[in-house]
Design a protein around this ligand. Structure first.
Ligand SMILES: [Zn+2]
Length: 365
């Protein structure tokens, strides 16, 4: 089939950099990948973390001026991007599984940082993270699973998830309906391409009945899977047409079990452990904010002001962290932006990336 969009998993969006891939294993036996984009040694290394079923692709898109290129061009010449177990570049989230965000906090991010340290030694490491990459990294950082991070930039959600009423309904009913009634352990943004009358096809057609805002079925499924709105994850006007057309390349299938953990956290109003009795995570706190005063890493919390996935979550996190450790965090609202367009939007390099750069430069000095 002829495609008028960039090849999947392309690295063409980053030029003039030495690219290397660094596989490593987690303690529970998953193989993950770090991809390094390097123009030279740098005292300030940056690590980028994607959200649920996104991947490093959201930072290296060739169709716009992407975050990795902007960092490399502005003096951060050693940039790493992690594909962890939620990545659409890896098979894990399209398999039947029972992973939780505690697993990621305990095993994925600490192992990734150990691998980076093997190469960069004790140079400063800054982390920029999106969505559940941000939430799970916040859990690692504030839960004491790692240390030595110089600064942290979080987009959309960190330690205090807030979701719209319709998302709350989906979190309550969705995982059970999907697994026990439909027999589907994951939802696929490409269900629109399933053979007629199969379960995936019917889910896609039903979802599209309620989404008349555009003619891309993958876009409808993505709205259904992750938020409340038409569309839910971004403003259409903020995306280039090619990005909208290939949105399923950037946001793939997702297992429904993670939503049970999110549901528990939304009910608690803050990030909590999924199973407090799980001996594998005995070192992690039951409520991740409980140790916040012990962590001195500066944090920049970002959120689009039309965020329809986690509206108000990072503003609430700013308030909560200010109470625990005054003066160590900043909050920046992104006018006209939603949940993920702060990274994949056509003009993110004009409207958003300068705020990230400004913060990183201040922490670097
Ligand atoms: Zn759309």
């Amino acid at each position: 089939m002829e495609r008028h969009v960039p090849a999947r998993y392309t690295l063409e969006g980053v030029s003039d950099a030495e690219v290397s891939v660094h596989p490593f294993a987690t303690e529970d036996g998953l193989g993950l990948n770090l991809t390094r984009f390097r123009r030279g040694d740098c005292d300030d290394v940056v690590l980028l973390l994607h959200g649920l079923t996104a991947s490093i692709d959201m930072f290296i898109m060739p169709e716009h001026r992407n975050l990795v290129s902007v960092l490399l061009d502005n003096g951060f010449t050693d940039v790493w991007a992690l594909d962890f177990r939620m990545s659409s570049r890896l098979p894990y989230d399209a398999e039947t599984h029972r992973y939780t965000l505690d697993d990621i906090a305990a095993w994925d991010h600490p192992a990734a940082l150990r691998e980076i340290r093997r190469h960069v030694g004790d140079r400063r490491v800054h982390v920029v993270a999106h969505c559940l990459g941000s939430m799970s990294f916040s859990m690692s950082l504030f839960g004491g699973a790692l240390d030595g991070v110089t600064s942290f930039v979080s987009n959309s959600v960190s330690l205090t998830p807030r979701v719209p009423a319709w998302s709350r309904c989906k979190l309550v009913a969705g995982p059970g309906l999907s697994e026990y009634v439909l027999g589907l352990s994951f939802m696929d943004s490409r269900f629109g391409e399933a053979p007629p009358l199969t379960r995936g096809w019917m889910v896609s057609r039903l979802v599209s009945l309620f989404h008349r805002e555009c003619d891309v079925r993958d876009c409808h499924m993505i709205s259904f899977m992750w938020g409340s709105g038409r569309p839910a994850l971004y403003e259409h006007d903020n995306l280039l047409p090619v990005t909208h057309q290939r949105i399923a390349d950037l946001l793939g299938p997702t297992g429904v079990h993670y939503f049970r953990h999110i549901r528990k956290m939304v009910s608690a109003g803050q990030v909590v452990k999924y199973d407090p009795g799980d001996p594998r995570h005995a070192d992690l706190p039951e409520a991740y904010l409980s140790r916040a005063s012990e962590v001195t890493t500066p944090v920049l919390l970002l959120s689009g002001d039309v965020n329809r996935v986690f509206p108000g979550a990072n503003a609430a996190c700013h308030e909560a962290l200010e109470r625990a450790r005054p003066g160590l965090q900043e909050f920046a609202s992104l006018p006209g932006y939603g949940h993920i367009d702060p990274f994949i939007g056509e003009n993110a390099h004009v409207d958003v990336f300068p705020k990230i750069l400004d913060f990183l430069k201040r922490q670097a000095s």
